[in-house]
Design a protein around this ligand. Structure first.
Ligand code: B12
Ligand code: SF4
Ligand code: SF4
Length: 331
């Protein structure tokens, strides 16, 4: 079976079978608290965590940034585009996995530090903003991976991988560039690199948001400031939102999904809810989508949302209640 071709047939732009490696430094730094808490369940030592596996099947799903303008009117709050791509790639991953299992290849979802595995394997370069960039896709790629008990079935060179995996820092595109440092509104990137504790995205997980997070909330689900300005992404064309996406992320529809209240009696979306949006980004995004939609409704300064926000300000859910109180307080 040609595993690489299988992945590409299901929509992945690239796929690589990479060897298992230990990353002692990564594990040590993580255990010392140098990384975001979401790295807690990841295995730096893949041989220990997956002793039966022979390779990591790393799959690259490319996507395009979404153009601003009409699509970003105050009534629609689409998520940063990697979340749409991430969900699509997850669906594709499930099909790839089923086909591999049917062919007798053992697989398991890979809970590993994906960028590090990719960079160590020669697939792309880790930039100052910590994103992995792969020519010609820039950093607009979602990474998916499976541990597999298959050996390499094609020589890596034939797949366009670099022959030398380690990129000397001096040749990084970041050596003379400071665009992301200047663009980050929260000072999370400086000459020493990226600091997760200053990055607003670290505080957009669905828990109660502090005021500065609500005040600075850059959009729904994610923050793309440091990728938007990156020259590695400069040549990527922008796409418009589809009609389906525009409708799914209409603010009144999202709010109506949190509160049973019809936010706008004249809106054709008054019976709406979050199901369409969650179908595009995955149900696991629900908690953060709710609180962030509320904050973005407040930021829109549109009085039509006030009745729904007032109802939500009495919610038993603390994160929802606090977000709605903040949103009303702005008005
Ligand atoms: C934890 C996490 C977060 C945290 C912390 C972010 C961070 N940079 O650490 C939070 C919640 C803040 C976050 C935010 C985002 N994330 Co995130 N996140 C992760 C996760 C789960 C682990 C990342 C991790 O290991 N961090 C620890 C860091 C420090 O490790 P590292 O970046 O690899 O750096 C080390 C090594 O690589 C090494 N190193 C550096 N250069 C080189 C070069 C070579 C050759 C070698 C060998 C080593 C090396 O030095 C570093 C220190 O040891 C991964 C998924 C996964 N399973 O890997 C997604 C992931 C990194 N996230 C992703 C995305 C898209 C984002 C967001 C853009 C989402 C958004 N739109 O808001 C933002 C970007 C913020 C930013 N500037 O990083 C994508 C990145 C895709 C890409 N092209 O790189 C991933 C891979 C998810 C995915 N499946 O695609 N994320
Ligand atoms: S904006 Fe410049 S410094 Fe920042 S990651 Fe991109 S190339 Fe590197
Ligand atoms: S994701 Fe946003 S807050 Fe985090 S480093 Fe990039 S621009 Fe700054």
């Amino acid at each position: 079976m040609n595993i690489i071709a299988l992945c590409k047939n299901h929509g992945f732009a690239e796929a690589y079978l990479l060897p298992l490696v230990e990353y002692e430094d990564w594990t040590r730094l993580r255990d010392e608290g140098a990384f975001h808490h979401a790295t807690a369940g990841l295995a730096g030592d893949m041989r220990q965590a997956y002793p039966w596996a022979k390779s990591v099947l790393l799959m690259i799903w490319r996507y395009f940034p979404v153009g601003r303008g009409r699509a970003f009117a105050a009534t629609t709050v689409p998520p940063t585009p990697n979340y749409l791509a991430s969900h699509k790639s997850y669906q594709a991953l499930k099909v790839v996995r089923e086909e591999l299992e049917t062919a007798g290849i053992r697989t398991e979802g890979a809970k590993i530090p994906l960028k590090l595995v990719a960079a160590k394997g020669g697939v792309g370069t880790i930039l100052k903003n910590t994103m992995l960039a792969i020519a010609p896709y820039g950093s607009r790629v979602v990474l998916q991976a499976l541990m597999v008990d298959a050996e390499l079935d094609i020589r890596n060179e034939a797949l366009g991988m670099h022959s030398s995996p380690l990129t000397p820092q001096s040749s990084l595109p970041c050596a003379k560039c400071h665009a992301c440092e200047k663009a980050c509104p929260f000072g999370a990137i400086d000459g020493d690199g990226y600091h997760f504790e200053k990055c607003i995205r670290s505080y957009m997980g669905g828990a109660v948001m502090e005021e500065w997070v609500m005040e600075g909330l850059p959009g729904l689900l994610g923050c793309d400031g440091c990728q938007d300005v990156c020259p590695m992404n400069a040549r990527l064309p922008k796409r418009e939102l589809t009609k389906e996406e525009r409708e799914a992320f209409a603010l009144d529809k999202l709010l109506a999904g949190i509160s049973p209240l019809s936010v706008s009696p004249t809106s054709p979306l008054k019976e709406g809810g979050m199901d369409d949006a969650l179908a595009l980004v995955g149900k696991n995004q629900k908690a953060r989508m709710q609180t962030q939609a509320i904050v973005l409704a407040g930021k829109s300064d549109n009085p039509a949302y006030l009745p729904a926000l007032q109802r939500l300000a009495e919610s038993e859910d603390e994160a929802i209640r606090r977000a709605a109180q903040w949103a009303i307080g702005r008005g």
